[in-house]
Design a protein around this ligand. Structure first.
Ligand SMILES: CC(C)(COP(=O)(O)OP(=O)(O)OC[C@H]1O[C@@H](n2cnc3c(N)ncnc32)[C@H](O)[C@@H]1OP(=O)(O)O)[C@@H](O)C(=O)NCCC(=O)NCCS
Length: 219
């Protein structure tokens, strides 16, 4: 699913405040420090709790193997400035031929600052720019409003709710399912490219607007 570009560990993404790069062995203590917290692990499908010794090393090894195999893109999130310890993880994993499933978790001290949203936006752009994925899927536990909000802010659409398997939690759990289609991502990206004046009230000024086909028109 993922191309040669992301399958090399020099690959990284840059946002206004963040670097997203392959996790490496030296990240294990920082990853374990937040992954071991119940308020982080319990919201995820794959982080075990209690967090076993060496689990972060195991995760890093597996993440790097899947990245180099092109099956997934697991990235560690760091700030661009300061000491730059890992403050979170974001993963995009192939789920069949044309779907990618996304997941993320941050250290609690990083919550509430827009970091998950900022990281997710660049991962979404990367998935659609570099892979043939037709859609990205996401799944949030029903009692996780912060995750739901991150998905809404990054363009995901709520699909439905139901009982889903969360391997590290054991059994089935109520979850909300979300989806972002390539066509919707493309339309939103075209809209973001419009000049700031275009966001003013239509009719008040003469500004170009985009039609659904993405062409510009005077109004
Ligand atoms: C979910 C998580 C990644 C969010 O990270 P974050 O960097 O705090 O997210 P952001 O700051 O980009 O956005 C969070 C949004 O949720 C909102 N939010 C937070 N807690 C909320 C709550 N209890 N109820 C409603 N909204 C809430 C915030 O106000 C913000 O929305 P806003 O920008 O409109 O104000 C983080 O809380 C986390 O790692 N949680 C544990 C692991 C997890 O849940 N992973 C997701 C598994 S699906």
């Amino acid at each position: 699913m993922f191309p040669d570009l992301t399958r090399d560990d020099v690959f990284r993404l840059e946002t206004k405040r963040l670097w997203l790069r392959w996790p490496r062995a030296s990240d294990a203590p920082a990853i374990a420090a937040f992954a071991a917290l119940p308020q982080v692990a319990q919201m995820t499908a794959n982080i075990p709790h209690p967090y076993p010794p060496k689990e972060a090393d195991r995760f890093i090894f597996k993440a790097r193997a899947e990245n180099s195999g092109g099956k997934a893109l697991h990235l560690a999130i760091t700030r661009k400035s300061g000491a730059r310890p890992v403050l979170g993880l974001v993963s995009a994993a192939a789920s069949g031929e044309i779907e990618v499933e996304i997941g993320y978790a941050l250290a609690p001290e990083a919550w509430g600052k827009g970091i998950a949203t900022e990281a997710l936006r660049t991962v979404i752009d990367t998935v659609f720019a570099l892979t043939p994925a037709a859609r990205i899927l996401a799944n949030s536990r029903a009692h996780n409003p912060a995750s739901r909000r991150v998905l809404e802010k990054t363009g995901f659409v709520y699909v439905d709710s139901g009982l889903d398997s969360l391997p590290a939690r054991g059994g089935l759990h109520p979850c909300d399912r979300f989806r972002l289609e390539r066509a919707d991502w493309r339309d939103a990206r075209e809209a973001r490219r419009l000049p700031p004046m275009a966001h003013q009230r239509l009719g008040a000024v003469d500004v170009p607007i985009a039609d659904p086909a993405g062409e510009l028109h005077e109004c």
